[in-house]
Design a protein around this ligand. Structure first.
Ligand code: MRU
Length: 329
């Protein structure tokens, strides 16, 4: 199943806000509609955002002449729809640079989509090889956060592609998925994907992650990334940093899995990464129901930054960077 596709002049995508209970396809034929879908997380995950943005430029080109003020305004609203995942602005810019026509934009967007698909396969293999090297050639228990599967990319994913590859190699005892408050990407999306791939898995609340690592519940932690800075600092879903601290305490390898399209050499370190603030509502309520005392204010950073010193290695589609051995990007 493809997360999104260009169908007869519009973008069709699985509405991830409805999963796992309903598998609904959303058809988006305006840039404003796509921007709203990105902002409410109907489509999400760094590589998927890049592909959605790329097709978004084709949509913009089909409405207004490339280079016109209306086209440029659409490009700006697409590239700034969410700030943290570098893939979105990067792929919007890449397509906008060659978008002399809708067809030209579509051709570039299709290239991006197939590059991301090949990247997922490569990351799965490189990551599974690295896990075997670090943990030993035996079945492993892998902990992960958020959703980094096909839904967050084109197919297979990043960290979840490694878990899928381990499963296909009969080297997965179980995946341990953190629920990922406040929007529950782990509980809603990762469990759905793990079940579809037939991989054994259990779900835990976010705060159980570091404790269970200390108790020896996992052999490796695998996370995705929204942006990897030039020094290796990595922005990913809020809760990743706590998990890296727990991993270091427990002596468990902590691996970041992300395509080269998520590595941002123009951002020197994590301190420079803009972290999306999604507002208090998602924290004080759950599924639309208020769970906090009425009037309570909330803090809602959607991502955190794990310092490179806590990351064992970065697995991309072309290389493994062993930060634990002093290698650099
Ligand atoms: O807010 P989201 O759901 O878009 O956050 C997604 C993540 O943090 C993922 O881990 C990251 O984008 C990598 S996805 C392959």
């Amino acid at each position: 199943m493809r997360t999104l596709a260009w169908v007869d002049g519009a973008i069709e995508l699985i509405d991830q806000t409805k999963l796992p209970h309903q598998v609904e396809t959303l058809r988006l034929d305006t840039v404003d509609g796509l921007v709203a879908a990105i902002q409410r997380l109907s489509v999400r995950g760094a590589p998927a955002l890049g592909v959605a943005g790329a097709y978004g430029v084709a949509l913009a080109a089909s409405k207004n002449a490339p280079g016109s003020p209306a086209f440029d305004a659409d490009v700006t609203s697409l590239r700034t729809a969410r700030p943290t995942a570098v893939n979105l602005a990067r792929m919007v810019d890449r397509v906008a640079a060659v978008a002399t026509s809708t067809e030209a934009a579509l051709e570039e967007a299709r290239s991006i989509e197939s590059e991301e698909l090949m990247a997922s396969v490569a990351m799965g293999n490189l990551g599974a090889d690295l896990v075997a090297e670090l943990v030993g050639d035996r079945p492993v228990r892998a902990m992960t956060i958020c959703n980094t599967g096909g839904l967050a990319t084109v197919e297979r994913g990043t960290a979840l592609a490694v878990i899928q590859t381990l499963h296909e190699r009969d080297l997965l005892v179980e995946a341990l998925a953190l629920e990922t408050r406040p929007l529950l990407q782990g509980a809603r999306l990762t469990t759905w994907e793990l079940q579809r791939m037939g991989a054994p898995h259990r779900l835990l609340v976010d705060s159980a992650g570091p404790f269970l690592l200390a108790r020896g519940a996992a052999d490796v932690v695998l996370i995705g990334a929204d942006r990897v800075a030039a020094n290796g600092d990595t922005a990913n879903k809020i809760g990743s940093f706590s998990l890296s601290l727990g991993s270091r305490h427990a002596g468990v390898p902590f691996l970041v899995v992300a395509p080269e399209s998520t590595v941002d050499m123009t951002t020197a370190s994590g301190a420079e990464i803009e972290i999306e603030d999604r507002g208090a509502d998602e924290v004080v309520s759950l599924g639309g129901e208020l769970i906090a005392n009425p009037g309570t204010e909330g803090i809602n950073p959607a991502f955190d930054v794990t310092p490179v010193a806590l990351i064992t290695a970065l697995v991309t589609d072309t290389r493994v960077v062993r930060f634990d051995r002093g290698q650099v990007l």
